[in-house]
Design a protein around this ligand. Sequence first.
Ligand code: ATP
Ligand code: LTN
Length: 332
Amino acid sequence: MTRVLSGIQPTGEIHLGNYLGALRQWTVDQHEHDSFYCAVDLHAVTVPQAPEELRSKTLETMATLVAVGLDPEICTLFVQSHVPFHTELSWLLECTVSFGELRRMTQFKDKSTKQGDAGQEQVSAGLFTYPALMAADILIYDADRVPVGDDQRQHLELTRDIAERFNSRYGETLIIPSAAIPKVAARVMDLQEPKNKMSKSSESANGTIGIFEDPTSIAKKFKRAVTDSSNDVSFDFETKPGVSNLLSILGAATNSEPDKLADKYTQYGPLKADAADAVIEVLTPVQQRRSELLADPAELDRIIARGAEKASEVAAVTVERAKTAMGFLPLK
Ligand code: ATP
Ligand code: LTN
């Protein structure tokens, strides 16, 4: 059976981009493949996090994963730091990937440049080696398929390169994974700055739709969404990024093709209203489920503990295999 692994950072508010680009694919995959999904708290601390906030966000993220429809009886849901084998494999992979490869990662370039010239020297070494830990997350479960949004394409390519290099140095040990990127809404853009991706760490509150936002606020944000100068409705991200983003969101929420939807509209107003309605319809049941879940914290604790146990059983075996291949002395 195909193995699936993916992760989400327990930081900020989970937004519509996370949902349409990643989480929705996870809920489908769980029924077709042996699936592992985690809150990647070790990735979150590559930038400073307040301890209390990290704890509460990690719990909330796990509640959200269940609320979007991931069933802990069908897939394995866990918190990354509960499975310490990830960091062990990560070190082996840090010694397999090169400095030059890590330096070329656009996510590192973007996040370190955001700190400004003086700040760049101060970014954590963890932010730089982040892709080796991500490769470990994937390779440790022998994952064949990794459902992610388009922004993770480059990290997936690097994961494949790392695995291939490891195998050619030490013999066939790791499975080479593929990225599974959705056809529609793989990169949901900010509603206010449609040239930037909707992001948890964005400062544009009006451009980001939280998946637990109330319907009135969602409708207001769509109404105010930045569109483009000419008035026609067509699907072309180059020349009409704002309108194309709305068409993609509507397409993803209603399972239709954005370019065909464009033919139905002659004005921006009705397109904005329909996109808002479709998003509210998709998110309402998710919002209801999360409220029920947060009312029963013991159940969530049980899910998290069971997930750590199931994930550790698989991860322990892969780390041993990798260590043996590299020549580490077995403990007898
Ligand atoms: P940040 O921007 O602060 O790094 P993020 O919003 O990218 O955070 P992550 O936890 O890093 O959130 O991503 C979780 C998943 O959501 C990943 O698979 C990622 O590719 C996907 N994703 C994130 N943003 C978008 C987006 N705007 N459109 C589609 N998919 C997205
Ligand atoms: N780097 C990803 C989060 C992430 C991930 C993973 C995704 C960490 N480990 C393993 C898929 C598989 C991000 O920033 N969205």
